[in-house]
Design a protein around this ligand. Structure first.
Ligand SMILES: [Zn+2]
Length: 99
């Protein structure tokens, strides 16, 4: 099981970096560096929700939506529930497809 290395969000390819510890969260994004950092070793469901969260931030930035943290948190939860209850396999968000 190899951790995913890249994700394309709004046409931009982001490098995913996996680290052992992040202060104060499970993920972090750097729009200018096209980089998203995740904490490894967390339950897959938690990490997938974090990927959705960071992607929503980047989509919000890219589309100049100016969504605040609370709105992003609510969208993360709503989107995660919708996709998982619809049977969508979200593992490829955190693992290399085909691994
Ligand atoms: Zn956030």
């Amino acid at each position: 099981m190899k951790e995913r290395q890249h994700l394309v969000i709004q046409g931009k390819t982001y490098e995913l970096a996996w680290v052992d510890h992040i202060d104060g969260g499970l993920g972090e994004k750097n729009h200018d560096m096209l980089r998203i950092i995740f904490e490894r070793g967390r339950p897959a469901e938690r990490t997938i929700a974090t990927v959705l969260h960071e992607a929503l931030h980047l989509i919000s930035d890219e589309l100049v939506l100016a969504l605040d943290e609370d709105t992003i948190n609510r969208l993360e939860s709503g989107l995660y529930c919708f996709l998982s209850e619809s049977g969508v396999d979200m593992l490829p968000l955190i693992r290399e497809p085909g691994e």
